[in-house]
Design a protein. Sequence first.
Length: 297
Amino acid sequence: MRASNYEQTYSELLTVFYELVQSRTGEEITPGDGWRADAQSLCRKLFRHLISMKSLCEIRADKPPGSLPIHYVDHSSVQVVTRAAMETFLVYFYVFGENDLQRSKFRHSTWYLGGLLDRQKLKASSSEFDERLAYDRLEIVRLREEIEASQHFAAYSKKWQRQLLKGDWKVGTSWSEIAVSAGFHKTNFDNMYSHSCGYSHSSYISAMQGAQARDLAAQCMLANANLGFGIQIMTHFLKNYARNVSSAKEVLASDAEARRLIDKWHFDWQVWEGLYNPMPVTKDRADSLGMTLRWTQ
């Protein structure tokens, strides 16, 4: 993928994203399945992260009083939002992306429990918030009982069961493992995700690149690389969403141009494997490629 292609392709995929997710608007939720509506909340969160990534790649200007404007591209913030977008997609895939309703319900409950337990760590600053925390504590009891009664809970070791009940909803599973399950190439994902985490945690590399990228061309290059990763996120999401949501599948089936766009830019793990681990050139393969083999020192 060339950087010059990113912006137009990115915008076109955002349009497809919006149309597929909006296709579910007004769909009736079966009583007892209200928890599934959180899938759309994650879709909305992911879409807004992707929009922000594109916006942050634009040239901006600081205007100090009495001074000339300073133009720049905030490539550091793009990296931080890219990480948030990636994690949002992975949570969506882990909880809702596989076609197993019971396992999805179990994972949603553990994810929900983790969020409520995180909120319990906050100190109440108002009577309203104190009431919210009190209600959450009742919900925590209910969720733990529901989780313990699940057949999926029994598949975990005793140690991991304790961690699940403490809110560690993806215990025993790393972001990298979820990404591979979602179709990403492990090395490619690990490289991009580790780099984004470095910016989020203010590693030395993030500060060094910020200092070295003094001109707009360098800043644009660093920022636009994230749009390439955003394209990967979108194509993986769109394929998964259309596979699992009937209304989205119908929209995509009737839009040949959208299908062509997704297929063109969806690089599965085999493509990346050829880049990271190319097959050695044997004599037979060299002959077929018209290459001349020579001894080397």
